[in-house]
Design a binder for this molecule. Structure first.
Ligand SMILES: Nc1ncnc2c1ncn2[C@@H]1O[C@H](COP(=O)(O)OP(=O)(O)O)[C@@H](O)[C@H]1O
Ligand SMILES: [Mg+2]
Length: 349
């Protein structure tokens, strides 16, 4: 049984008239995984999530939950619970009533209903708040009530659409850690939609990057960060210098410099993570150092971020330990960039 994915999206697409919100897309989410759909706004994440939930009908393809084809089944027969963006709580109900609501609809015996509601409020850290109304809660607390309201249903899948978008940055970070802990402790499959890269990296076992209605690439946060396959992934996740240019026979031209790279096809690109770029203040004794001009220097605590405009090439990010700023690097300065060839990644277009 454990080999059957919790969710399978199989060739699923969605058109709204002439607009293609999602092109035919397939992926599987293993049981108990924290799966994140990440990508820019308008890319098709919410559409995908809502088709899993049964709130939108796919134009093509099948959705399976626990191996069962549910494409033709309504939302309430799919063993999923949903946490929506914003705080969609019932304002006239107490915290306890909000959480118990779904169980009441299911006509659960009163004792069991109270027990499960109390246990869930304990899990999300809201014991003692049972009698409050949503208006008397902070944003973070309201978000926790929403989560409790979904988890109390004990469905095998919880779907979360931008669950932290309404929170400020600090709270969002704390709630990320909590979401991860809660998911690990209940072991339920979570599918979480976000446009926020850091949020995705923090909570995900697996990330699927979705943009312009297409699943670009998927993998663990570490694989996506360290070994992005697609150029778009390198542009969206982490901080990467991306070079493209006329290329042939293992050589890619950036300005006047010929970079030797492995298996370059026309229209391909290479990327190097900002922290893997070395910056020199004198021309180094290397064939493949790229000359450029520092345009920005940002002190960010432990590290500093610089933007360097490469001669005849793009402006690229460079990350340095902040102590390297002690020598007085300023905007306008001429520098040379280089990297260990093993750090350059070749991308398909
Ligand atoms: N009901 C709808 N009618 C027409 N177009 C829609 C509808 N819902 C979404 N879209 C379009 O589908 C695309 C994907 O939207 P969505 O799934 O909400 O993206 P995301 O959640 O990644 O921001 C967008 O271009 C959006 O405008
Ligand atoms: Mg959305």
């Amino acid at each position: 049984m454990s080999g059957v994915p919790a969710v399978e999206v199989d060739g699923v697409s969605k058109n709204y008239g002439a607009v293609s919100a999602l092109k035919p897309t397939s992926f599987a989410v293993p049981n108990g995984q924290y799966f994140v759909l990440l990508g820019p706004s308008g890319g098709g994440k919410t559409t995908t999530l809502r088709m899993i939930a049964g709130l939108i009908r796919p134009t093509t393809g099948r959705v399976r939950i626990g191996g069962r084809d549910v494409t033709d089944e309504p939302a309430n027969r799919r063993d999923t619970a949903m946490v929506f963006q914003g705080f969609a709580l019932f304002p006239h109900m107490t915290v306890e009533q909000n959480v118990a609501y779904g169980l009441e609809l299911r006509r659960l015996p009163k004792d069991e209903l109270r027990e499960r509601t109390a246990a869930m409020l304990r899990l999300v850290g809201l014991t003692g708040y049972e009698g409050r109304r949503p208006s008397a809660l902070s944003g973070g607390q309201q978000q926790r009530v929403q989560l409790a309201r979904a988890l109390v249903l004990q469905t095998s899948i919880v779907l979360l659409d931008e669950p932290l978008a309404a929170l400020d940055a600090t709270l969002r970070k704390d709630m990320c850690f909590e979401l991860k802990h809660i998911q690990e402790s209940v072991g339920t499959t979570f599918i979480h939609v976000t446009h926020n890269q850091e949020e995705a990296m923090t909570v995900a076992d697996q990330i699927a990057l979705i943009a312009a209605g297409t699943l670009v690439e998927s993998g663990t946060p570490r694989a996506m960060y360290e070994h992005p396959k697609r150029r778009f992934t390198a542009e969206f996740i982490g901080e990467n210098a991306v070079f493209s240019g006329p290329s042939s026979e293992g050589v890619l031209r950036v300005g006047g410099v010929a970079l030797t790279v492995s298996c370059v096809e026309p229209a391909s690109a290479i990327s190097v993570a900002a922290e893997n770029i070395a910056m020199h203040r004198q021309r180094p004794d290397l064939e493949q150092a790229l000359p450029g001009t520092v345009v920005d220097v940002f002190y960010l605590g432990f590290t500093a971020l610089l933007h360097v405009e490469v001669d005849g090439g793009p402006a690229v990010p460079v990350r340095l330990p902040s102590r390297e700023l002690d020598v007085g690097i300023k905007a306008g300065e001429r520098v040379w960039l280089s990297w260990d060839p093993g750090h350059a990644r070749v991308h398909m277009a």
